[in-house]
Design a protein around this ligand. Structure first.
Ligand code: NAD
Ligand code: IPM
Ligand code: MN
Length: 364
């Protein structure tokens, strides 16, 4: 029996979470396992209901759970609150920091048969690609202190601090090389070592770790070149090892070249293997409340949860097959369609229903 804390959050979060919960219920039925889900308020919704984006009851629920399935938080309504009270900083970064979820994995794959979904030119997308972004998630300029604003008028300054310790770099680098061993044996480390001291240390430590994995092909790229190479020829990459900020930016590119921001899931893990599972995209205020958001990133995040936290790899695979089948059979939300065929778009719940039906009918 597994207990899952469900933190749907804001904007499209609750809409796509309904579909992920539907899929988990189908999986529980099909595989005869018990998955208890408990919903907790988080983000802007929790500010509105409790005056705090990460209420104590939510944190306690997460601590007692076997894993957290997270939706998305934030939106214009809460964007002008003091920074430490905002949904993103307080709830999302708060949870990542609290549980020391330093390893964020964002697998972006495009199968050749689905190349037409990609925003890349057809000769580039034709071969497909399979990139795993491993993003360090609890260090860098996100968490460094001091951070803030001081002074007034034209003298006012905003400042953030970028830090990495040798230990922080080492632990994420080892995970990247270990992941590459199970994939295509290549690690590309991303940095800005031509400018940043943190990147110089990053590069040095990753090179030291690389020497312990002689069987893995290792290279490093500056982040600007890495962004360019991703849209020029993503097929050259296997594992991309990124500091927190660069991984954030590059993973959005990875999402789009597979077709949409609404396709990319992620797993955020700590050293004990505890995990929070979250789509790479946000609360999408521009489409929230219309029932048209793509639920696939949330559903694939639930699949990663089954794989890494619940030891149900077979169930994760069935969900991944169901998603491929939905895309193959053009069960597509509007974000995956060109402007002139958006009228053929399926709704959020139609995509969820298709995936459930596939699971129900699957031969195990
Ligand atoms: P966003 O990812 O929410 O949206 C960017 C674009 O991608 C929008 O056009 C949106 O419609 C589209 N999109 C994203 N997910 C989609 C989906 N599932 N289906 C269809 N289209 C999708 O980024 P933003 O607009 O920069 O941020 C909006 C809010 O979300 C902000 O408050 C931001 O801080 C927050 N955010 C939260 C998370 C999180 O909670 N994990 C992640 C990113 C952004
Ligand atoms: C993500 C998001 C978050 C991040 C924001 C909302 C704090 O963009 O998960 O990619 O930058 O990590
Ligand atoms: Mn992001």
């Amino acid at each position: 029996m597994s207990n899952i804390a469900i933190l749907a959050g804001d904007g499209i979060g609750p809409e796509v979470m309904i579909e992920a919960k539907k899929v988990l219920a189908c999986i529980a039925d099909k595989f005869q396992i018990t998955i208890n889900t408990t919903d907790y308020d988080v983000g802007g919704a929790a500010i509105d209901n409790h005056g705090n984006a990460l209420p104590p009851a939510t944190l306690a629920g997460c601590e007692q759970a076997d894993a957290i399935l997270f939706g998305s938080v934030g939106g214009p309504k809460w964007a002008n609150l003091p920074p430490t009270e905002q949904p993103e900083r307080c709830a999302l970064l708060g949870l990542r920091g609290h549980f020391d979820l330093f390893c964020n994995m964002r697998p972006a794959t495009l199968q050749p048969a689905l190349a037409s979904l990609s925003t890349l030119r057809s000769d580039i997308s034709a071969q497909g690609f399979d990139v795993l972004v491993i993003r360090e998630l609890t260090g860098d300029i996100y968490f460094g202190e001091p951070k803030g604003r001081r002074g007034e008028g034209d003298e006012e300054t905003g400042f953030d601090s970028m830090f990495y310790s040798r230990q922080e770099i080492k632990r994420i680098a080892h995970l990247a090389f270990q992941a590459a061993k199970k994939r295509n044996n290549k690690v590309t480390s991303v940095d800005k070592a031509n400018v940043l001291a943190t990147s110089q240390l990053w590069r040095q430590v990753v090179e030291e770790v690389a020497s312990e994995y002689p069987e893995i092909d290792y290279e490093h790229l500056y982040v600007d070149n890495a962004a360019m190479q991703l849209v020029r020829d993503p097929n050259q990459f296997d594992v991309m090892l990124c500091p927190n900020l660069f991984g954030d930016i590059l993973s959005d590119i990875c999402a789009m070249i597979t077709g949409s921001m609404g396709l990319l899931p992620s797993a955020s893990l700590n050293a004990e293997g505890f995990g929070m599972y979250e789509p790479a995209g946000g609360s999408a205020p521009d489409i929230a409340g219309q029932g048209i958001a793509n639920p696939i990133a949330q559903i694939l995040s639930a699949a990663l949860m089954l794989r890494y936290s619940l030891d149900q790899d077979k169930a994760a695979q069935i969900i991944e097959q169901a998603v491929t089948s939905a895309l193959d059979n053009r069960i597509l939300t509007a974000d995956l369609l060109p402007e002139d065929s958006k009228n053929q778009a399926k709704t959020t719940s139609e995509v969820g229903d298709y995936i459930c039906q596939f699971i129900n009918q699957a031969n195990l």
